[in-house]
Design a protein around this ligand. Structure first.
Ligand code: 1QQ
Length: 382
């Protein structure tokens, strides 16, 4: 009896114990599990669950199991803010993963920064997300880092001399992709024949594509989410436009193959992750994912999977006390130095500045792989 009390008391004292009986580390997940952005959010969830399952099966982190508290933020800013508040203040999670879209992250991440709790994006690639503050992290490589590499390889390989640009002008991510493509095109001295825009939810891209066709471009640079980008590819082919598409993170999803089917070839993207990367860590991940979920993973699942392991590494070095505020800050302080070699290859963090030039959050440092779609596969282009 006495021993039992002592053991129980010790457990409460030594761990961040949301559930003293099993010593769990509660982590909040806010991702788009319904709506158009679920095309990214569902694989993200599966990647998290796979990694947590593996870690817990091998004894957890310093003896504590990880528990995910999962919420659907629906790819909407307001829902992002709502579920962040629920996870932070009601569920009292140690840290947060999410949200799926940069558009939502820009609205919800200030809530996490204000509450001094780590918010870790695994799929946000727009400029400015980690400048929100020093509790904001991501392992998704930014458009600013990937777009110049994709553009360089794609234009060199295809001999492209001038391009047309098509982008969504009402989303933080698609606008940021556009800004970065524009910069990279200027750096490579590639002229733009015409710049066309669309909005979220649009279904008819033929007016823009007709102008693009008449502009005599050699390729179409497109910053889009897959819900609009895939139908734009289909309609381009219907208009007899056979030009290469060069895209950003939004087009690096096998959903392109489901939506654009036979019209999905000749799309160029870049990412640190490729299903064709034969590294042992990646092969192990792909095999485990296939076994767990009965389907092949995508980049979004891979980044989510690695993110859990990055946090687990940091947690191993963190002395959790059971005092929520102190533990949230201790995890934040352990993260920046964490390095990891997982499914997406060698990874480390790089600190960025806020808009006043003061040190803020952390971006990913990783190497981009450029790929082109062929026969419903992303094929590495060396
Ligand atoms: C962002 C993205 C999307 C394409 C993926 C979820 O990169 O919103 O930042």
């Amino acid at each position: 009896m006495k021993l039992k009390q002592i053991v129980c008391g010790a457990l409460i004292a030594i761990g961040y114990l949301t559930n003293p009986a099993s010593a769990q580390i509660k982590i909040g997940v806010a991702e788009a599990l319904t709506g158009n952005a679920a095309q990214y959010g569902v694989p993200i969830r599966k990647g998290f669950e796979l990694a947590v399952g593996e870690i817990n099966a091998s004894g957890g982190v310093n003896g504590s199991k990880i528990e995910l508290v999962i919420e659907d933020e629906q790819g909407k800013k307001e829902e992002g803010i709502n579920v962040f508040k629920k996870l932070i203040f009601q569920d009292k999670v140690l840290m947060l993963f999410g949200p799926t879209l940069s558009n939502s992250a820009q609205a919800s991440n200030p809530v996490a920064q204000g509450a001094k709790i780590v918010v870790f994006g695994t799929s946000n690639t727009a400029d400015g997300i980690t400048s929100i503050g020093n509790y904001v992290f991501r392992n998704s490589v930014t458009e600013a880092d990937i777009v110049p590499v994709t553009l360089k390889v794609a234009t060199q390989k295809t001999g492209v001399k001038k391009v047309a640009v098509l982008y969504g002008n009402d989303d933080i991510f698609t606008k940021s992709g556009y800004d970065n493509f524009k910069k990279a095109l200027e750096a490579l001295k590639i002229p733009v024949t015409t710049t066309e825009t669309f909005a979220k939810g649009d279904v008819d891209f033929k007016p823009q594509l007709t102008k693009i066709k008449a502009s005599n471009a050699d390729a179409i640079v497109m910053s889009a989410l897959v819900a609009e980008g895939a139908p734009a590819m289909v309609q381009a082919r219907q208009l007899g436009i056979t030009l290469p598409f060069i895209g950003g993170n939004g087009m690096n999803s096998p959903k392109v193959f489901d939506l654009a089917k036979d019209n999905s070839d000749n799309l160029w993207v870049g990412s640190p992750w490729s299903i064709e990367n034969p590294a042992a860590e990646n092969k192990r991940f792909i095999g485990a994912y296939q076994k767990a979920h009965g389907a092949l993973p995508d980049q979004f699942a891979a980044q989510a999977y690695d993110a859990i392991y990055i946090v687990a590494q940091a947690l191993k070095k963190t002395k959790l006390t059971g005092r929520l505020e102190a533990d949230r800050t201790a995890l934040r302080n352990a993260l920046p130095a964490t390095q990891y070699n997982g499914a997406t290859g060698p990874f480390k963090f790089r600190q960025v500045n806020d808009k006043d030039g003061k040190p803020a959050g952390y971006d990913a440092v990783q190497t981009a792989i450029v790929m082109m779609t062929k026969g419903s596969h992303y094929v590495i282009q060396k």
